[in-house]
Design a protein around this ligand. Sequence first.
Ligand code: ZN
Length: 305
Amino acid sequence: MPRRWIHLAALFAITLPLLGGCAADTKNAMRVAASTDSAKGIHQEQSVRGVSPLVDKHWVQDPRNYYETQNVVINKAVSVPILEYHEAKYVPGDIATLKPGQFLSEIEWLHRHNFHTINFGQLYAAMYHGYKLPPRPIILTFDDGYESVYFNVYPLLKKYHDQAALFVIAGYTHEKPNRKKEFPNLTIPELREMQASGLVDVEDHTMTHPDLRTLSESKAQYEIHGSAQVLEKIVNHPMLFFCYPDGGYTQETISLVRKAGYLLAVTQNGGYANWRQGPWTLHRISVLDFTTLQDFAKKLSPSLS
Ligand SMILES: [Zn+2]
């Protein structure tokens, strides 16, 4: 495919969702673009599609903070902490939860120390296309799509005007609340409301949350590609960012994720995300119920120096 058509496909991939266009066509355009260039290495075909519509408007509208290059330019200076949260309420005995008031004190700490929450579109654009990030950028991620995010996190995102990404298990999405479960999942209306706010980006965490390392290629394909088709219909935008269940992946898994058109993927390997890890095995920093504010500050100390 000629380069200009690849760019056009990418451009449609971002403008159609903005116009409320057909998500399926959008995804197809993206898949074509991704697979066409896969033999040529890093995302040269994707120069615009990671930038919008997910980018925070404030930074896009100010030309001093934003510029875009036509070609891939890996910015080796980009090093961003991606925080990894799960259940946003306290469940004693389960460390992947949060103590009462914990997230509030963490988000207040971030503001006191001049951190700016960004989204994955901004990170991708900064890593590969010359996008300039705000000072002390940080990404908040919540895995598995628990309903506690809607009640305990979303109100604080609105109050402080912060962003977060949700990695949602497509097969667990449902219309009505399931609050008899110990860990209720978000409903489809809640997912749509949060995505529409512009503060929350819903992204992909497979269909059923299996260990991808143990699956046949066809089953892994279903988990990685099929889940995107489900989630795209719910939030009406292409799935561009992926999270491996329990951080498990192989080279084959990475290849499937890349071919499926995801721009970036995150793991449970600890530390700041940077270009050395490659786009599909970015590291994260986990926050658990025993993480004190002192621990939290220590994990983010590289940003303060
Ligand atoms: Zn998970």
